[in-house]
Design a protein around this ligand. Structure first.
Ligand SMILES: O=CN(O)C[C@@H](CC1CCCC1)C(=O)N1NCCC[C@H]1C(=O)Nc1ccccn1
Ligand code: NI
Length: 191
């Protein structure tokens, strides 16, 4: 039984920082149907994102605001993550994805002009992180039902950042070493 019960308030001390092996390995697939424990952990993780985006609660618990969180960021070797974000059109998106896999993607790429950060990285790493503009993801929802979702724009960036974690990758692995602000030449890229 892990400590991440549905009523447990996740805080920054629970977030594993870069260098920890659990962030560098490919996470294990989650057994379906989800155990009660895994269901509760996902609730706890989603509550972190909601609390962290609440001005009062983020201050009260000293939380860094987050739009995504993967299970290995709280030390669990499980292929699952949550995301809670508002897109370019001010639409709110809430994702709880189990055993996600990108099954196809656009050639065109996008990036955040301000670069990316990570709750597991306590430093600023500058540079553009090229991401696919559109991705098609196969995953399972909390009821164990297979879902296929097509995502583009900012939500696509967030989900790719999370799937990277589950594959043991960090955002800065995608930054051009020679020139951090150089973008891949071969594809059309929008910010
Ligand atoms: O793996 C998951 N993570 O590491 C949490 C990251 C995930 C995002 C980084 C880029 C794409 C996904 C995260 O959310 N951040 N990175 C560090 C500090 C800022 C914070 C952030 O972007 N916050 C935010 C943004 C818009 C609105 C509200 N809050
Ligand atoms: Ni991250």
């Amino acid at each position: 039984m892990n400590q991440f019960t549905a009523d447990y308030i996740l805080t920054m001390k629970d977030i594993v920082r870069e260098g920890h092996p659990v962030l560098q390995q490919e996470t294990e697939k989650v057994t379906l149907p989800l155990s009660i424990e895994d269901q509760d952990t996902l609730i706890c993780m989603m509550n972190y994102l909601k609390n962290s985006q609440d001005p009062i609660l983020s201050k009260k618990y000293n939380l860094r605001p987050g739009v995504g969180l993967s299970a290995n960021q709280i030390g669990l070797n499980k292929r699952m993550f949550v995301a809670y974000l508002t897109d370019e059109k001010e639409q709110l998106h809430e994702y709880t994805l189990i055993n996600p896999k990108i099954i196809s993607h656009s050639v065109s790429m996008i990036y955040l002009p301000e670069g990316e950060g990570c709750l597991s990285v306590d430093r600023n790493v500058e540079g553009y992180v090229p991401r696919y503009e559109r991705v098609k993801i196969k995953a399972y929802d909390v009821n164990g039902k297979e879902i296929v979702l097509k995502v583009k724009g900012y939500p696509s960036i967030v989900l790719q950042h999370e799937i990277d974690h589950l594959d043991g990758k960090m955002f800065y692995d995608h930054i051009n070493k020679e020139n951090p602000f150089q973008l891949p030449a071969d594809v059309d890229i929008k910010s």
